[in-house]
Write a protein that binds this ligand. Structure first.
Ligand code: PMP
Length: 356
C-alpha cells in the first residue's frame, strides 16, 4: 500500500471492544463484556428517539441547546460550563488535544480505562502511568508525586474501569489541593450512579471550588444509551469552550440529543433500574466472598476477577454462555447484568478455586 500512517499512529495501543458471546444451541447467552446496561430502552425514550429520527435529513443542533438547558437546570451550572460529545470518550480525546501536546505529560492511573493511553498518544503527549495501589485503587500519593512542571492534565477514573474501586470525596478533595491550578484535573465519573459508599465524590462541589476540575459524565451506563453515543463535560467556561471548539462539528446526533433529554426526564425510572443492578452486584460480591474469592470493592456496574488460570476461566465462562472481558494477563472484568448471568457467574466462582 502507498500512503502510510504516521509512526505514532501505527504505534497507538489498541482499544479492544468486549466480544459478544459465542452462540450456544439451547442456552441463552449473556454479553457481560462491555459494561453495558442490560435493560432495553424505556418505551418513552425509544419513542422520542424514533420521532427524532424523522429529522435525519437535517444536521443536529450543534449547540445542543435543549440538552444544555435541561442539564443546566438539573445540575445548577451555567450552560457555558457544559460541553457534550459523542460519548464521554470523545470528550477525553478533545480535552487532551486541547490541553496537551508534544513534550507535555498526562498523569493517569494504570490499569485504568484503555482509551486514556490512546487519547494521550493521539494528542502527541506523553502518558505517565502510575500503577494502582493494593485493592486496585488509585495511588493518589504516587500520582501527586508524578506531577512535574511538564504535567498538563491529570486523569482520575472513579470508580476505576476495569477494577471497580472508587475514591472517596475526602480523598479527591485532598488530591485537588496537590494539583497545580494550571493543570487540568479530569474526574471521569462514567459510573457515578452505581456508587454506594459512605463518602462518594461530589463532583459538582469540587468543580465549583476549583476552576481546573472537569467532570466527565455519560448517558451510556446508568442511562442505557451506549449505542447512541452521548456524554458531557462540566467544566470552567474557558475549558468547556475549548472542548467545543476542537470537537468534530455535529458530533452528537439529533437522536442522541433527544434520547438524552428524554432519559433525564425519565431519570427516576432509570435510577430504579440502577438500584436493581446494584442489588445484583451486592449478591455477586457476597457470593464471591462466600466462595473464597477476594475482589476489589466494586462501585461500578462491573467486578474485577484475577483467576489463576485466566484463559481457563474465560473458556469456562463461554461454556456457561457468558462472554467476559479479559485484560491482557491481568484479570477479567465482568459486567453486572441480568440475574441469570449473576447465577451462572456465581456457579463458576463456586466451581473454580480462587487464586492461592
Ligand atoms: N470513561 C470510562 C471510565 C469508561 O469506562 C467509559 C466506557 N467504557 C467511558 C468513559 C466512555 O463511555 P462513553 O464514550 O460511552 O460515554
Amino acid at each position: 500500500m502507498g500512503p502510510q500512517p504516521l509512526p505514532q499512529v501505527a504505534a497507538l495501543p489498541p482499544y479492544v471492544p468486549g466480544k459478544p458471546p459465542t452462540p450456544r444451541p439451547g442456552l441463552r447467552t449473556y454479553k457481560i463484556s462491555s459494561n453495558e446496561n442490560p435493560y432495553p430502552p424505556l418505551p418513552g425514550v425509544l419513542e422520542t428517539a424514533q420521532a427524532a429520527a424523522a429529522e435525519m435529513n437535517r444536521y443536529p443542533d450543534m449547540g445542543c441547546s435543549e440538552l444544555y438547558g435541561e442539564l443546566s437546570s438539573r445540575l445548577g451550572v451555567a450552560e457555558d460550563e457544559l460541553a457534550a460529545g459523542a460519548g464521554s470518550v470523545a470528550l477525553i480525546f478533545h480535552l487532551l488535544a486541547a490541553f496537551s501536546g508534544p513534550g507535555d505529560e498526562v498523569v493517569h492511573a494504570w490499569r485504568s480505562f484503555e482509551a486514556y493511553p490512546i487519547a494521550v498518544a493521539a494528542a502527541g503527549a506523553t502518558g505517565i502511568e502510575v500503577p494502582l495501589a493494593p485493592g486496585a485503587r488509585h495511588d493518589l500519593e504516587a500520582m501527586a508525586a508524578a506531577i512535574t512542571e511538564r504535567t498538563k492534565v491529570v486523569l482520575l477514573c472513579t470508580p476505576n474501569n476495569p477494577t471497580g474501586a472508587a475514591l472517596s470525596h475526602a480523598e479527591v478533595a485532598a488530591f485537588v489541593e496537590r494539583v497545580p491550578s494550571d493543570v487540568l484535573l479530569v474526574v471521569d465519573e462514567a459510573y457515578r450512579e452505581f456508587v454506594r459508599m459512605d463518602d462518594p465524590v461530589d463532583g459538582l462541589a469540587l468543580r465549583r471550588a476549583h476552576d481546573n476540575v472537569v467532570l466527565l459524565r455519560t448517558f451510556s451506563k446508568a442511562y442505557g444509551l451506549a449505542g447512541l453515543r452521548v456524554g458531557y463535560a462540566v467544566a470552567h467556561p474557558v475549558v468547556a469552550a475549548a472542548v467545543r471548539a476542537i470537537a468534530i462539528p455535529f458530533g452528537v446526533s439529533t437522536i442522541a440529543q433527544a434520547a438524552a433529554i428524554a432519559s433525564l426526564q425519565a431519570e427516576d425510572m432509570l435510577l430504579e433500574r440502577v438500584e436493581g443492578i446494584v442489588a445484583e452486584r451486592e449478591r455477586l460480591v457476597q457470593g464471591a466472598a462466600a466462595a473464597g474469592w477476594t475482589i476489589p470493592d466494586p462501585q461500578g456496574n462491573f467486578v474485577w476477577l484475577e483467576p489463576a488460570d485466566l484463559p481457563g476461566f474465560l473458556a469456562a465462562g463461554e461454556e456457561e454462555g457468558l462472554s467476559l472481558r479479559p485484560f491482557a494477563d491481568e484479570g477479567i472484568r465482568v459486567t453486572v447484568a441480568e440475574s441469570e448471568a449473576t447465577n451462572r457467574l456465581l456457579a463458576l466462582l463456586e466451581r473454580i478455586p480462587p487464586p492461592a
